[in-house]
Design a protein around this ligand. Sequence first.
Ligand SMILES: Cc1cc2nc3c(=O)[nH]c(=O)nc-3n(C[C@H](O)[C@H](O)[C@H](O)COP(=O)(O)OP(=O)(O)OC[C@H]3O[C@@H](n4cnc5c(N)ncnc54)[C@H](O)[C@@H]3O)c2cc1C
Length: 479
Amino acid sequence: MALRTAPQYLESLRDGRTVYYRGERVADVTAHPELGIGARHCAIDYALADDPHHRELVRVTEGGRTINRFYKIPRNAEDLLRRRELIAGTTYAGRAIIQLIREIGTDFLFAHAIISHAMQEKLKAPYHERLQAYHRHVAENDLAMAVAQTDVKGDRSRGPAEQEHPDYYLRIVDRQKDGIVIRGCKAHTTSSIYANEIVALPTRTLGDPDADYAVAVAIPANTPGLRFIVSPLSGGGRSAFHHPISSRHKIFDTLTVFDDVFVPWERVLLCGEAPYAGALALGFVEFHRFTAISYKLPLMDLMIGAALLMAEANGIEQAGHVREKLSRLISYRETVRSLTVAAAHECKLKGPGVAVPDTTITNIAKQYFAENYHAMVQRVQDIAGGLLVTGPAEEDLTSPETKADVEKYLGGRRGFGAHNRLKLFNLIRDLMASDFGGYHELLAIHAEGSLEAQKITILRGFDAGACRAFAAECANLEL
Ligand SMILES: Cc1cc2nc3c(=O)[nH]c(=O)nc-3n(C[C@H](O)[C@H](O)[C@H](O)COP(=O)(O)OP(=O)(O)OC[C@H]3O[C@@H](n4cnc5c(N)ncnc54)[C@H](O)[C@@H]3O)c2cc1C
């Protein structure tokens, strides 16, 4: 099958999937007044395959077939750098908003290529063959994928089997001749309603008492018993004037309910092997955080560009404190970018020859981005000024009663009349001082793992023992 077009992709979402928005069943996400925005945003990913500027980057030949590069297993640093370019490229096309209909799914495929390979060698069970067959299926049919990893988790201080409620983590409730039945709920599943396939995998390390929670599956989005309850809280607005980004580009997240869902064996990718659950959960985030730091670049570019334009519009771009703020924004961008490139260059081959970005560098970049995001937003807000949140409405620019006042008083430096200046305020407010902006602040901190998760990974991955030995030697310790 050839790569799908954007209309073919949108048509594939009309498959009877069970979606609820604000308490009501949605028959067709592509036709819904709010959810349709996200569907058309995700379709950008498909449109790029035929776009003359992106075609060469998107299309790649594997085994004599043309597939989307997202599905290509990285074998070396060059592959990881091209993948990074593709992730950034699709995000630039979405005006700094990622689509997330292939990135996370393929992060899972690469991680499980390594884990399932080890499982097959040790357990003599056909997990790797199953994964490879599934990988071929999604690549050859050019399918969109979402990943539901984060369980609702109940009491965070207790493991799955110790919870008051047995379904706070996704679990196997029945093993049958043809497959398994699973029950539970995953939270925050991004772009699930725009995916053809939903992958579920464990969110943490599991012990033997948790064996029923060690489950990974990949199922079509319209599988009976699978329900999506869409969050309306990602913000955004309808007016293209007030919301230049979010009126056309946004993503939605869901509570993803697995209500006794039957999964045939060929789609069961982990089934009770508790020791491999943690390896898969951690292996997945090794790729997923590399995706994270790859898609931040367009947002950071927009922060720098908007701050610069706003400074020009306000006539302050030469002011010392503004130059200092701009230099911090540039350093922020360049630190994340160069760490991302370094993580690709220092990749390691694992399992059946899969290139894994350097884990420590990747986590440092993700942590650095997340910990500093709010401070960078503050700098852009400071340069912009208070009209960011007190400016007039779109209607005031057209009403004969108010138009003249707005145009007369809200101009800035020559060349930045009231219209242009308000457009700049709206761009910054939409991204950094609105519900949609708040969503991005949360996304920075929690998506792809919370801050503590990165710190734990950095501590685990770095060889601090060598530093300890060096310090002991310098101190002439007698240990
Ligand atoms: C916008 C967005 C998109 C996302 N997209 C996806 C997606 O597509 N798929 C997916 O699977 N997930 C997704 N996530 C989930 C994301 O990975 C989680 O939000 C993140 O791992 C934190 O989990 P949590 O939200 O349950 O918060 P919690 O785990 O409850 O964290 C809250 C606080 O509790 C702390 N904490 C938690 N457990 C413990 C403990 N045992 N001991 C001490 N402290 C603890 C944390 O460090 C943190 O400070 C998304 C999240 C966001 C915000």
